[in-house]
Design a protein around this ligand. Sequence first.
Ligand code: 536
Length: 355
Amino acid sequence: MSRLFDPFPLRGLTLRNRIAVSPMCQYRAVDGSPNAWHQVHLGSRAIGGAGLVIAEASAVEARGRISPGDTGLYRDEHIDAWAPITRFIRQAGAVPGIQLAHAGRKASMDLPWRGGAALAPDQGGWSPIVAPSAVAFDAAYKTPRALTASELPDLVASFALAAQRALAAGFELIELHGAHGYLLHEFLSPLSNQRDDDYGGSFDNRIRLTLDVIAAVRAVWPERLPLMLRISATDWLDDGGWDIEQSIELARRVKHMGVDLIDVSSGGNLPKVRIPVGPGYQVPFAARIRREADIATGAVGMITEPQQAEAIVASGDADLVLMARELLRDPYWPYHAAKALGVAMPVPEPYQRAW
Ligand SMILES: NC(=O)C1=CN(Cc2ccccc2)CCC1
């Protein structure tokens, strides 16, 4: 028997297996609208057998994009652009999800293959770049403007409005982006959050914005649809940064607020920290959160082999495995994994002759 190919009940949905396409920025959007690239990129991975296909980090406001190529749900016209994509994913048997994001102090950057440098407004970028505090990510990034407490309700409302657009676009799962050094993570971590108001200092104050966003999104997101939260479990700093203990406590808090699964990544908030990257290097964090906060978790990070993915789920380290680059290399990885694990997995009729 394979645990990786067990169905996964999540609120009113059932994922056909434990394999998820991790949100991966494509930098191919124009003014936030997805296009044929996203249709084929995401559609082919739905055909490829993943149970959940999560569309890339999509900005809840224009200035919250990482780059000019980011998708968004900050305008109503984005709804019609996403609709054929979610329909196709669902018709292919996968659940269509989307990651709602705000890049915070990492916004307004050039495309990675164009160097990824900070973009000035006259180079296609924008300003202001906003963050919890006026602290740049590093010397190559612009110094952001600290958001005032009075601006935060509108920011929280932008997440809720984007969630309503996501529903209208046909998405059935939302993941909130609280990782990788973007806005919510910037509020969580004392390295980037140096505020002295109710949103900075203590743990309770630093998680406040994330909890506000969760409450606002859950209030508009249907009861029967799942809500996930991606976090960076640690800033990888021995002391002083965000760490796994705080992540476990955050997971305990959000479990009672209608978050169904914690998607456990790491890093992104410190430019030069050494991260022990390797196969499944973040799985131990997902395992600790799953056991100590008693909430479903997703494991992500250098998961490439069928037996590796199977062991993560079978051992109870995580409920879901999210794959990124391996699924860029091979959209049909789930079929190969099913064969390797001796599982009979249905293949779309037009493709059956090949398998
Ligand atoms: N939208 C994202 O979350 C992105 C994550 N990246 C990898 C990454 C992993 C871990 C920490 C930082 C960046 C690349 C850029 C886009």
